[in-house]
Design a protein around this ligand. Structure first.
Ligand SMILES: NC(=O)c1ccc[n+]([C@@H]2O[C@H](COP(=O)([O-])OP(=O)(O)OC[C@H]3O[C@@H](n4cnc5c(N)ncnc54)[C@H](O)[C@@H]3O)[C@@H](O)[C@H]2O)c1
Ligand SMILES: [Zn+2]
Length: 359
């Protein structure tokens, strides 16, 4: 088992990573929050039936009175309406200020349950039990919680750090292959922005990683959590350093806005990383000319798309919509060499030229 500490002063917490940890959620919670006598476990219609009973049993055997609330799987559950139904479940379960909300699922459940935890009774302690790869390497770490509005994702939310994160890599076995690949896009992102040696590790182990070789997974998730924890620890509320986590997300979010019905977030980020790497070369920022090719080949081996699914003309207006534009220039996270990126404004002429070179 591996452990990663997220250093945030009095809000510091530990991420436990290993195989078979779902059975340990109860004891780990007892250790972290001994006063937590009651807990509401929130899962979705996939993770609830698969793992709900096991986690409930673990909580109960450790002396926590635990209840399970299950919401439909999918992004549409990340809503104020679902949050309201969960507040009712908090009331039914007679939760108090010291009670705990436990999220059992992917990023949707983590964000939704975290939002409920941040707001119910002005804030309850919160535990993340991420079960998708994306959640284990990305969304469960960092404390951002939110629900969507009809007009946009993550528009209502808070920073609410978990007290504890328990990532059971064995739970990834039931995750559909496409979801695994989507999570791997964020893994590649972490390697490119902070850790050149980890990028080489991914290239050397792409096959076994894509097929979820258990020995590699624990190492992979731990390394990712350490990278995200270091970035978040240095910049909790996203002012400077945390912006580097947006590598691949500038173009990625725009592609997602246009193709959300057919592409997963991670798939859009994969294409976005190809765009940003190419743009780094065009902008004269890139010091290692091998990098764009390496990123593209690795993404392809991991089962991710790398071709622009939209025309530059379609993409450009969406790219500039709702974004912080500095002197008419959009800010991009651009790779310099493996493990190092810079955040730079780039003119739209160069962006258009790069997008055209990619079609
Ligand atoms: N808070 C953050 O910092 C942050 C960061 C990135 C993404 N997000 C959010 O995360 C969400 C996406 O997360 P996601 O990709 O995990 O989506 P998700 O939660 O919808 O999970 C993807 C699918 O996999 C299923 N699933 C999860 N674990 C499973 C398992 N072990 N076995 C079988 N099926 C399983 C889910 O039921 C769902 O159908 C988005 O809402 C996004 O905004 C948040
Ligand atoms: Zn992302």
């Amino acid at each position: 088992m591996a452990q990663v500490r997220v250093d945030l002063g009095e809000r510091s917490y530990s991420i436990h990573i290993g195989s078979g940890l779902l059975a340990e959620v109860g004891p780990l919670l007892r250790e972290t929050a001994p006063q937590a006598a009651r807990a509401l476990l929130i899962a979705d219609s996939h993770t609830g039936p698969l793992y709900g009973e096991q986690v409930l049993a673990s909580l109960r055997s450790a002396g926590t009175e635990a209840f399970l609330a299950t919401v439909p799987a999918g992004e549409q559950s990340k809503s104020l309406r679902t949050a309201e139904s969960l507040y009712e479940r908090c009331l039914d379960a007679a939760l108090e200020r010291s009670s705990v909300i436990v999220a059992l699922g992917g990023g949707v459940i983590g964000d939704l349950a975290g939002f409920v935890a941040a707001t119910y009774l002005r804030g309850l302690p919160f535990v993340q039990v991420p079960t998708s790869l994306l959640a284990q390497v990305d969304s469960a770490v960092g404390g951002k919680v939110a629900v969507d509005l009809a007009r946009g994702k993550n528009l209502v939310g808070a920073f609410h750090q978990p007290r504890l994160v328990v990532a059971d890599v064995a739970a990834l076995r039931s995750l559909p292959a496409r979801e695994v690949a989507a999570g791997l896009a964020e893994v590649v992102k972490h390697a490119v922005i902070r850790d050149g040696a980890f990028l080489t590790f991914l290239e050397e182990n792409a096959g076994p990683i894509a097929s979820l070789e258990p020995a590699l997974l624990e190492q992979l998730v731990a390394r990712n959590c350490a990278i995200k924890a270091a970035v978040v620890g240095a910049d909790e509320t996203e002012t400077r350093l945390r912006a580097i986590l947006n590598f691949g997300h500038t173009a990625g979010h725009a592609i997602e806005a246009l193709r959300w019905e057919s592409l997963r977030h991670g798939e859009c980020v994969a294409i976005g990383m190809v765009v940003a790497s190419q743009l780094a070369a065009a902008a004269g920022v890139l010091q290692d000319p091998e990098l764009p090719g390496r990123v593209r080949r690795l993404l392809e081996r991991l089962g991710l798309p790398t071709q622009l699914p939209v025309t530059p003309a379609e993409l450009l207006p969406v790219l500039y919509r709702d974004k912080k534009v500095e002197g008419g220039k959009l800010r991009w996270v651009l790779p310099v060499r493996p493990g190092e990126v810079v955040v730079r404004p780039v003119g739209d002429d160069l962006v258009l030229q790069t997008l055209r070179s990619l079609v």
